[in-house]
Design a protein. Structure first.
Length: 350
């Protein structure tokens, strides 16, 4: 049987997998072992990745507020599942034309970092024979703009001051682009990872004209070092982003997650067969979120595979998070999910 890594990489080459692969951000499904097709492995140096408060033994951060290296204040609470989000009542930037007076770039000499030692340390937990390494630049330009200004401020700025927004985001990208180059050189990823949630459930947040003028060139700046070495790109973009898919493929995207069901996934699979891997198709809405049953979750997994796995070009991508109070139950639900993908998916193409 093919290793989980090789089976996943087959998809990126437009080949038929031996069994249905799966993918989750952060290995949320449990232990890291040889059944995991791919894992994230990004630079750990705090001067380029930032420092979040450490997590306590109860699964909550030790402090519930912090400011990131760009000066953006973040908060966490029970309603966010103790995940940090930008503080919504006090955004750092309320006038995009004043960005150069307000936002300070981290003063870091990227070349002074011991990249070889850091890459070795960060990837030590991953068996590269059985698990693919995904590494990237960690910069989503639209999400960065929203973090500084909030959704309303960011969307108004895109309409009212597009050239200023372009200047601001490219200035930020000047910081991340050399990091992308070092990541490709020293982490030697099997897949280069980009992420930016530029769409909502029903449509993109902005027009394709804005996308192509402002955002697409920035994604291309970040992915070019991987593309030039023949490394496929995986792009995380939630929501209905099917309008952007062809443009995503222009800057090297081969894998797309989480490929939510608001997109016409069957039509997309047919249109881009052999060129784009659909990772997702699983938007689980439980009847009783606090008491998800085993057969309920297993049947939903089988339904997703039955619909999207035929003919290849597909990897299951899904997870159950739930509220912080349900954390232990959520772990069990994800283990059922993992087991069903592994058992049902292993025999799917046989």
């Amino acid at each position: 049987m093919l290793s989980a890594k090789e089976n996943y990489l087959r998809l990126g080459r437009g080949e038929m997998p031996e069994y249905v692969p799966w993918w989750t951000m952060g290995g949320i499904w449990g232990a890291i072992d040889d059944s995991v097709p791919a894992l994230m492995c990004n630079p750990s140096a705090p001067e380029i990745s930032g420092t979040r408060p450490p997590m306590g033994p109860d699964g909550k951060p030790e402090v519930l507020e912090y400011t990131d290296m760009w000066g953006v204040p973040y908060i966490a609470n029970e309603e966010t599942g103790y995940q940090f989000i930008p503080r919504t009542w006090d955004f750092q930037l309320d006038d995009i034309t004043q960005w150069h007076k307000v936002v300070k770039k981290p003063q870091v000499d990227v070349n002074s970092i011991d990249w070889e030692a850091m890459a070795k340390k960060d990837s030590a937990r991953i068996n590269r024979k059985t698990t693919a390494v995904l590494s990237g630049g960690g910069f989503g330009p639209f999400q960065h703009l929203v973090a500084h200004m909030g959704f309303t401020g960011a969307l108004c700025a895109l309409v009212e001051e597009p050239e200023t927004v372009k200047e601001f985001l490219n200035w930020i990208c000047d910081f991340y682009e050399p990091i992308c180059e070092k990541v490709v050189e020293y982490y030697k990823p099997d897949i280069f990872y980009l992420l930016d949630d530029s769409c909502n459930k029903y449509q993109p947040f902005f027009s394709m004209e804005i996308y192509r003028d402002i955002f697409k060139p920035i994604y291309a700046r970040m992915s070019k070092y991987a593309v030039n070495r023949g490394i496929p790109v995986q792009f995380h973009n939630c929501g209905r982003c099917e309008d952007q898919l062809e443009d995503m493929m222009d800057f090297g995207v081969v894998y797309w997650d989480p490929a939510q069901t608001g997109n016409d996934l069957l039509a997309i699979k047919e249109k881009y067969k052999g060129k784009l891997v659909v990772c997702g198709g699983f938007d689980f809405v439980p009847k009783d979120p606090a008491n998800v049953g085993e057969e309920e979750i297993r049947s939903c997994v089988r339904e997703a595979l039955d619909k999207l796995a035929p003919g290849g070009g597909y990897a299951f991508c899904g997870m159950y998070l739930g509220r912080a109070a349900w954390r232990e139950h959520a772990k069990q639900v994800n283990l059922w999910m993992q087991d069903e993908v592994n058992t049902y998916g292993k025999k799917f193409y046989k």
